[in-house]
Design a protein around this ligand. Sequence first.
Ligand code: ADP
Length: 382
Amino acid sequence: MIILSVNAGSSSLKFTGFEMPSEDVLISGVFERIGIDNSFYTIKVNGEKIKKEVELPNHKVAFEILIKELMDNKIVESLDEIKGVGHRIVQGGAYFDKTVIADEDAVSKIDELASLAPLHNHAAIVGINAAKEVMPNAVQTVVFDTAFHQTMAPCEYMYAVPYAWYKEYGIRKYGAHGTSHKYVSQRMNEILGRNDTKLITCHIGNGASISAVKDGKCVATSMGLTPNAGLIMGSRCGDMDATVGMTPKEMDIVLNKQSGLLGISGVSSDSRDIEEGIKNGNERCILAQEMYVKRIVEYIAKYYVLLGGCDAIVFTAGVGENSISTRKEILNKLAVLGIKVDEEANNVRGEERKITTDDSAVPAYIIPTNEELMIAKDTYSL
Ligand code: ADP
């Protein structure tokens, strides 16, 4: 059975087609600049990468082209072979604690929650409607980045602000990257061979968050109401004093786009450029990396105490999977917990493996994330 995993942005549409349950990737790619000039798409299929420039007035046309490519490349003979389409949704609020069918009720709730994620939720609805038009017989599902974090207790998700803000406006922590934290924690449990585990999962990409996961359920996460809480990110500040004087508009721009690694270093939001700057003795790159690592260590330490110990620490996403030095610095700073990095094992990028020594009190692993597969698995089970 073929399941499509899709992620619709306001002007883009990313997709991966899986054969399920074997989980084989049949096709993947992205449509870009939808509704703007110079639109194009790139597709990876049958071991080839294709780029085509075409007019993409809307998401419906993008789906139609995708179907044509599936047929031209002999992945499907008829539209009906696509049994499910899973849509990634950024904000599910307190309504959704799991993947559900994208019926009218679900879509209207996603629309209602758009005040919490204006750009993302509206774009996702455009994607759902287009997919329904083009593939009316496929089961459409909605997979939420926030769902995995719905198991947090009030003490964890509430902010210490007037309670009426929560009652009237839903102001609380919802978290992010839930699909990734769910995927890597499930995979970690598979490796450990049991589900009664205490895990700390570190999704460190351009955006970044850390979760504490007990018995497969999220008990705490570093992201908040918006994606600017917790860790220092590529260009977001994460936790900071909320009373720094700025207008909402200034806050949005400065704290989300001009802060983080970029703001401190003045060089880049990309950890590869920071590493390069450190090699060349750039003082501000050195400071940025020290602060970045320190914040991650602080969250791991905090969740270690919250969980009452830890069975494994997981690194995932762009930096977590690829930055050898960042992982090493984090683990070295955790030596007080008996954690010992295995330098040789850690000398790897993007591969699933244990990166601590056998006598390390807590093992740490790299587990490449796969949000697309998680979306397809959830959709397949529905
Ligand atoms: P997003 O949050 O946009 O999904 P990713 O998870 O793809 O981000 O992470 C992208 C980031 O990963 C880049 O900005 C870069 O900082 C980091 N990264 C990617 N490759 C490497 C590498 N080889 N070494 C260090 N950092 C890397």
